[in-house]
Design a binder for this molecule. Structure first.
Ligand code: SF4
Length: 206
């Protein structure tokens, strides 16, 4: 008898989270009664982000790429596969580019790279040692540690690569923010829960 393959969620974006990046005026000019309805329709691919006249063109372009990306769950047999904690440069980042902290689970790093590359987002992606746990599991198992983030920053000489010591941590790791800030003395910004929304988050915070 065939054994059904268990799958792990990749935290695809929710309409509620996306609507926070929209003008939130509920003006109806897109043909939907609210920005939330519009976000739902975009995710269902009934419409596209360019139908909102108040949305910045670059923002709408990035949003459209994200909607089309593969968000299939990950097979559990890939769990715990690790990548080295080495700084990854995405799309030729410069000193003003964001430093994105993630885990060292290879599938998370692969997906993050795909998202950032597909949306032409310039960034430094820094996997930190979580024993191959994904971010949500690492936080649950107390493996998403300030000390490991600090070590990865030092080992990769990240401070010499950026103008300001500011990092973006995954929204799933929000509760670790203070401990990371206290240990590293870096500014710690909490990003979205869904990694698919990171490019929009970065554009919004430019
Ligand atoms: S046109 Fe834009 S601002 Fe107006 S309801 Fe639609 S999504 Fe919201």
């Amino acid at each position: 008898m065939a054994v059904e393959q268990e799958m792990a969620d990749v935290h695809p974006p929710e309409a509620e989270d996306i609507s926070e990046f929209l003008p939130e005026t509920d003006c109806g000019n897109c043909g939907y009664t609210s920005c939330l309805e519009f976000a739902e329709a975009v995710l269902e691919e009934e419409t596209n982000p360019h139908k909102c006249p108040d949305l910045d063109r670059e923002f709408a372009d990035v949003f459209a790429v994200i909607v089309e990306m593969n968000k299939d769950p990950i097979p559990y047999n890939l769990m715990m596969e690790q990548v080295p904690c080495e700084l990854i440069e995405i799309n030729g980042p410069d000193k003003d580019s964001p430093v994105l902290i993630t885990c060292n689970f290879q599938e998370t790093v692969r997906i993050m790279k795909e998202i950032l590359e597909a949306t032409s987002t310039e960034a430094f992606l820094l996997p930190t040692h979580t024993h191959g746990y994904s971010v949500d599991n690492a936080v649950h198992e107390t493996m998403f540690k300030a000390m490991e983030i600090w070590k990865a920053i030092k080992d990769n000489a990240v401070e010499a690569r950026v103008e300001r010591p500011t990092m973006i941590i995954p929204g799933l790791a929000e509760k670790e923010r203070n401990s990371i800030r206290q240990l590293t003395r870096w500014e710690v910004v909490v990003g979205p829960v869904s990694g698919f929304l990171l490019p929009l988050f970065i554009l919004n915070n430019k």
